[in-house]
Design a protein around this ligand. Structure first.
Ligand code: ADP
Ligand code: MG
Length: 858
């Protein structure tokens, strides 16, 4: 077999160390890929696959991308979950002997990207590490390289808890040991869809000692080291912005299992997987990216500590009422740049002078923010002001050193202010002075030679020259000028004197550009010292932003401050925070909730589409909003601090994992039963639907009884098994409630009102009618129902009857139409329809509106 060329040998050697990454191999102005990398990249990136001679008989596959366009290609690969190793020429090809030396200078992975174009502003980008120990515990470390955040959790109650913890976090990559059991690795990949990376050798790195101060457990230290080792190996540089590891004490937070995180649509919706329609979407009135990221973190970990919750609520209350100050605050916050990620980029060495000007402008807002905060009377808000420490020295440095409008490039000068550095001022003086001297020379020469058109010019090849038109040549004295260049109608000359000045000017300019670059690097290094200050500030600003957002949303949507009490939950006119936003104003029907020691289980009956699931979800969302310190959607709320929320809600099949709906139901129910305490909230929505009627009903009843007798958690239990309402007689802590619906002209009208007692009738058939099933079929169903009700036995079937449950979906609009309107209301709607808004003055519109409202109020 023929040998590879020396360069190919070099390639193969490097590639062997980066088997799981695309190796971008720098060749002149291109990054080239070879062999399988080339084949795969050409497909993923849709670029042409070519061939290259490698010394072998057959040419090998190759494809390449221009180095200056690399960022976009890297982005595509990273988003698809791949890794990219950047291999550069590390010596000057001109002076190199033999093959140019090349090294991988960075491994870019989904979890370690720093480029702002590859990051989502409002979301953290975590790389996590997962370590397992022989005692059965696990350690999870979250690191966001772009912000420097490090958080660590110890999980001692089994693998499932690991999955529940990792679920729904913005994790792009998990670093594990290769001896984590294969089956568990599959789960990480399959259920959570994250890139796996391996770091087997784990050694403590003394360089990072100060980050580990909080870690008093060997396991935590080991888990953190695994992550740090990996990050260090891939990034190949010191990371000055990494923050001290913060231990997440999981028992300090309301625990939400993965089912609840998903079912409650806290940060994304189940079907579309987007923020729109989630609780986060409603609450996110933050004005900075930092605030938006913090809000998301708060939503994922509601608090248990009453004092901290009350502290947040007190601040929200202050902001809520001080809306003029809040407005000023929001405006000031809007001009605060992403300090947290900026700090990361400063440490990484990829900021330019413009970024630093933005930093300065952001910091200059801090005193103004402090001033607004101090005006509030709440001590908690004054404390917030105190947390904002204005980094005076940093601002002074930035102000003294950087030009106000620097260019993007840091290699072309014009970034440092006059007066910052004496040497630079000297160069600039020499250059300006020299130019002035040349202007003076031009004037003198004109005078002496009496040639009015004589001029001094400059070009790159000849430098400075004196130009005289051919017509005037006879006026020049002999011997003084040396001819350099002949043009059609002019000659260009130089003099020794001119050359001497030229040298000084050019040297000064070149040196000043070099010096500016060096000064900039120096300033950047100096700023590194301030990174902890910036991070502290970023944290305080984010918190202020989230709390002002809570006040803003509470005011806009009319939320109320909850009271935290010991034993009961009592909500007056509660609403679903998301659904009320997507409905017309006032269309959402508010409902009360009452749960206490005596009656801690509510059994909810009512027809399909009447609002059972909505009612259950709205309680859970209200609890979560309260425990993150936000006001809640109702007129009045007494809440207890719940320790955990469990849900089994909705019909969303777990298609991804291929489990049947019924299996998922049982898993979710079991998870609740196994973990809930008296202080937990359990929501079980139509449990037992996924199996045959008797089977399902039996299970549903057994589950309610179990919760009633053994767990005593506050529970909402909706069911379509009307038979279960009889449980009220035997289970003393269970209470029946139902959602009211009324019949109107043979159709069902949903009132969405919760009432005491059991629903008296099944409205399924009415709903079927609404869904426009054939009239004969509806008739037949009525007959069957009648027979069932009268003899308590299944009706003989006409053909073969399907067992199991039908579910009907109708649009809300349809039902709304059936509601009866009075003649005068109808007239108002008609008038409204025919208003020609574009022809009206605002005052006319006001008057018309006034009249319409008067009419409906009648
Ligand atoms: P169920 O669980 O009883 O089948 P849902 O809770 O899914 O019913 O509610 C069905 C629809 O009814 C919701 O999508 C919503 O549009 C509407 N709805 C529910 N509760 C209310 C309410 N309180 N006020 C107004 N509309 C409601
Ligand atoms: Mg439902």
């Amino acid at each position: 077999m023929a040998k590879y060329t020396p360069m190919m040998e070099q390639y193969l050697k490097i590639k062997a160390e980066y088997k799981d990454a695309f190796l971008f191999f720098r060749l002149g102005d291109f990054y080239e890929m070879f062999f399988d990398d080339a084949i795969n990249a050409s497909q993923e990136l849709e670029i042409t696959l070519t061939k290259r001679d490698s010394g072998q008989k057959e040419p090998i596959p190759m494809c390449g991308i221009p180095y200056h366009a690399a960022e976009n290609y890297i982005k595509v690969l990273i988003e698809k979950g791949y890794k990219v190793a950047i291999c550069e020429q590390v010596e000057d090809p001109k002076t190199a002997k033999g093959v140019v030396k090349r090294e991988v200078i960075q491994l870019i992975t989904p979890g370690t990207v720093m480029e702002s174009t590859m990051l989502n502003e409002g979301e953290n980008n975590y790389i996590a590490s997962l370590s397992h120990f022989t005692d059965g515990s696990y350690v999870i470390v979250y690191n966001d390289l772009s912000t420097g955040e490090n958080r660590i959790a110890l999980i001692s109650h089994g693998w499932d808890a690991v999955i529940h913890e990792l679920y729904n976090q913005p994790i792009k990559e998990v670093v594990i040991s290769s001896n984590l059991p294969q089956e568990l690795q599959e789960q990480l990949k399959g259920r959570l869809n994250i890139t796996l990376s391996y770091q087997d050798e784990v050694k403590f790195n003394a360089e990072y000692r100060s980050l580990c101060e909080n870690l008093n457990d060997e396991r935590l230290l080991k888990g953190f080291s695994r992550l740090l080792n990996y990050v260090q190996d891939t990034q190949k540089r010191s990371l000055d912005h990494l923050q001290k590891a913060e231990v997440i004490e999981l028992n300090q937070y309301l625990s939400l299992d993965m089912y609840s995180k998903r079912n409650l649509e806290l940060t994304e919706t189940i079907i579309k997987k987007g923020k729109h329609g989630s609780l986060l979407w409603v609450l996110d009135k933050t004005v900075t990216a930092m605030g938006s990221r913090m809000l998301k973190k708060w939503l994922e970990r509601p608090l248990l500590n009453k004092a901290i919750i009350e502290e947040r609520l007190e601040i929200v209350e202050g902001f809520y009422h001080g809306f003029i100050e809040r407005d000023t605050l929001r405006e000031a916050l809007k001009s605060v740049y992403d300090l947290e990620r900026l700090a990361g980029r400063i440490a990484f060495g990829n900021v330019n002078a413009r970024d630093l000007i933005q930093l300065k402008q952001s910091l200059e807002k801090i005193p103004q923010i402090k001033e607004v905060l101090i005006q509030f009377e709440q001590d908690q808000i004054k404390d917030l002001a105190r947390e904002l420490v204005f980094p005076k020295h940093l601002v002074e440095l930035l102000d003294a050193s950087l030009a106000d409008e620097p260019p993007i490039s840091i290699k072309e000068g014009a970034i440092i202010k006059d007066g910052y550095n004496e040497q630079l001022d000297n160069y600039r003086y020499a250059s300006r002075n020299g130019k002035q001297w040349i202007a003076e020379l031009e004037r003198k020469e004109k005078q002496e030679t009496k040639i009015k058109s004589l001029k001094i010019g400059y070009n790159r090849v000849f430098g400075y020259y004196i130009e005289v038109t051919k017509a005037n040549l006879h006026l020049l004295p002999e011997g003084k000028y040396e001819r350099k260049q002949t043009l059609t109608n002019a000659e260009r000359y130089i003099t020794p004197e001119l050359k001497e000045k030229e040298e000084l000017i050019l040297e000064a300019e070149e040196k000043s550009v070099d010096l500016e670059y060096n000064l900039f690097i120096e300033i950047r290094e100096q700023i590194k010292e301030h990174i902890p200050e910036l991070q502290h500030l970023a944290n305080a600003v984010s918190k202020i932003d989230v709390l002002q957002a809570f006040a803003a949303v509470s005011e806009a949507n009319n939320y109320k401050r909850p009271n935290f009490v010991e034993e009961k939950v009592s909500i007056k006119n509660g609403r679903h925070p998301v659904i009320e936003q997507v409905m017309n104003d006032g269309a959402f029907v508010p409902n009360d909730v009452s749960l206490d020691e005596d009656k801690n289980i509510l059994l909810i009956t009512g027809p399909n589409m009447s609002g059972k699931s909505t009612y259950m979800r709205q309680l859970a969302l209200t609890v979560i909003m309260g425990q993150i310190g936000c006001f809640v959607p109702c007129d009045e709320a007494d809440l207890i601090i719940f320790d955990q929320i469990f849900t089994r809600i909705g019909a969303a099949d777990d298609l991804v994992s291929g489990q049947s709906t019924f299996m998922v139901e049982m898993l979710e129910a079991n998870h609740a039963i196994a973990n809930a305490t008296k202080k937990s909230l359990i929501l079980l929505d139509e449990i037992g639907r996924g199996t045959s009627t008797y089977d399902g009903m039996a299970l549903a009843q057994a589950i309610v009884e179990y919760i009633h007798n053994n767990i005593k958690a506050k529970t909402l239990f909706s069911t379509h098994y009307h038979e279960l309402t009889a449980l009220e007689e035997t289970l003393s802590n269970l209470k029946n409630i139902h959602v009211r619906a009324e019949e109107y002209e043979g159709n069902v009208v949903f009132l969405h009102q919760i009432k005491e007692g059991a629903a008296d009738e099944s409205y399924g058939i009415h709903v079927a009618k609404l869904a426009d099933l054939p009239e004969s079929l509806i008739e037949r169903a009525r007959t069957i129902l009648h027979q069932l009700e009268s003899n308590d036995k299944p009706a003989p079937s006409t053909e073969k009857m399907e067992s199991g449950q039908l579910s009907f979906f109708v649009e809300e609009k349809k039902t709304a139409k059936k509601q009866k309107l009075s003649a005068s209301d109808e007239k108002v709607i008609n008038d409204l329809k025919h208003l020609n808004l574009f022809e009206m003055t605002p005052l006319e519109a006001m008057n018309e509106l006034y009249r319409l409202q008067k009419d409906v109020k009648k």
